[in-house]
Design a protein around this ligand. Structure first.
Ligand SMILES: Nc1ncnc2c1ncn2[C@@H]1O[C@H](COP(=O)(O)OP(=O)(O)OP(=O)(O)O)[C@@H](O)[C@H]1O
Ligand SMILES: [Mg+2]
Length: 353
């Protein structure tokens, strides 16, 4: 059986092995690689190590350096800025394991951060270490690995605060057994939180002080965003067995439309446009292009054309059927229509709008 989405440490096992072999710099206790090699793994070396994260080197260095201290790392940013992606690859490179994951939701309970019980055993045998079901955080502490907490600010505040003892005392008490689990060296936490959701369950200041915050930016230029989208689309295409049919021109178009609508002005700076309610993130651009390629592969001639991306773009832009539709129509008629080399795209959009 082949899995749909292998973990980073499995997918990139070869690259991690190459780095581990040539890495002669000092490794912090419990780390698989030196901070320098972790950074190379993330940014690529132009040869056999492919870039995973595309963005400012300094950001990655600060994130990696933080993990080597006793402070935890909080990746903050608007949706689709690769917070989850970076956290997975960081955990894979530092601990060789990206699976110690707690997903924060409104319903996340304290057991997800501390521990739960296997009730059958608890009733039969009473509280014992065998009846205890450790959380990913507890396992990370015991094994000296990196635990990941996704969407930290979506968790109820009292659950978030369960992390305070873990992060400041590096221990997790188990009062029922009169025991504790002490963190082994190599343990740390990477949390992600969405800028837009900041108001959901604001981090308490006690918890915030235990994190170093790294804000992930949106791609600085259209060129950078085109590169991110092309790279990820090619990777996804390979794992979904969709032939990657160039499509650079269409990728440029999706990125241009998204950037113009996001920023509220056209690339040449001459026309102001209204911004729709959705985020139009890089992640959404990636999925618009990937679905376009699926359309072209299964229902077209295998070449990505304007008609294959039009529906995806309209779907991403028009989230609110009333106000976003107005925004989209205006953009279509004042910007798209006026571009001579966008004729096909204009027609395709008219057909789906
Ligand atoms: N700078 C970047 N470098 C590499 N990949 C990127 C970059 N920005 C976005 N991506 C890609 O975008 C996709 C979505 O990223 P991810 O899910 O990590 O976003 P997120 O910040 O966690 O968003 P959310 O707030 O919605 O959870 C990933 O496939 C990732 O590869
Ligand atoms: Mg995420």
């Amino acid at each position: 059986m082949t899995v749909l989405r292998p973990h980073a440490e499995d997918l990139y096992a070869d690259e991690l092995a190459v780095l581990a072999k040539s890495d002669d710099r000092p490794r912090p206790p419990g780390w698989r690689l030196s901070p320098w090699a972790v950074t190379t793994y993330l940014l690529g070396d132009g040869r056999e190590i492919t870039p995973k994260y595309i963005g400012p080197r300094r950001i990655v260095e600060v994130a990696v350096a933080t993990l080597a201290t006793d402070r935890a790392l909080l990746l903050l940013g608007v949706p689709g800025t690769a917070k989850t992606w970076l956290s997975e690859h960081l955990a894979a490179a530092v601990s060789g394991d990206s699976t110690l994951l707690v997903q924060g939701t409104a319903g996340t309970a304290e057991e997800a951060i501390r521990y739960g019980w296997n009730y059958a055993r608890l009733l039969a045998e009473g509280p014992s270490r065998d009846a205890l079901t450790p959380s990913p955080v507890m396992r990370a502490m015991a094994e000296g690995r990196v635990a990941r907490v996704e969407e930290l600010t979506r968790m109820p505040s009292d659950v978030q605060d369960a992390l305070i003892t873990v992060l400041s005392e590096k221990t997790l008490p188990i009062p029922e057994l009169n025991e504790e689990v002490q963190a082994s060296r190599g343990f740390n936490v990477i949390a992600t939180a969405n800028d837009r959701d900041r108001g959901v369950n604001e981090l308490s200041s006690a918890l915030r002080r235990r994190f170093n915050t790294v804000v992930l930016p949106v791609p600085a230029s259209a060129e950078e965003e085109v590169e991110i989208v092309s790279r990820r689309v090619a990777q996804l295409g390979r794992s979904l067995e969709l032939p990657a049919a160039g499509g650079l021109e269409e990728i440029r178009r999706v990125v241009t439309v998204f950037r113009e609508l996001r920023s509220g002005t056209t690339t040449d700076g001459r026309t102001t446009v209204k911004s729709p309610s959705g985020t139009l993130s890089t992640a959404e651009a990636i999925s618009v292009v990937t679905s376009g390629i699926a359309l072209a592969t299964h229902f077209g001639d295998g070449v990505l054309r304007p008609g294959d991306i039009a529906a995806g773009i309209v779907g991403a832009v028009v989230q609110d059927p009333v106000s976003d539709r107005v925004v989209w129509q205006e953009y279509l008629e004042t910007v798209v229509r006026e571009r001579p080399d966008w004729r096909d795209f204009y027609r395709a959009c008219r057909d789906v709008s």
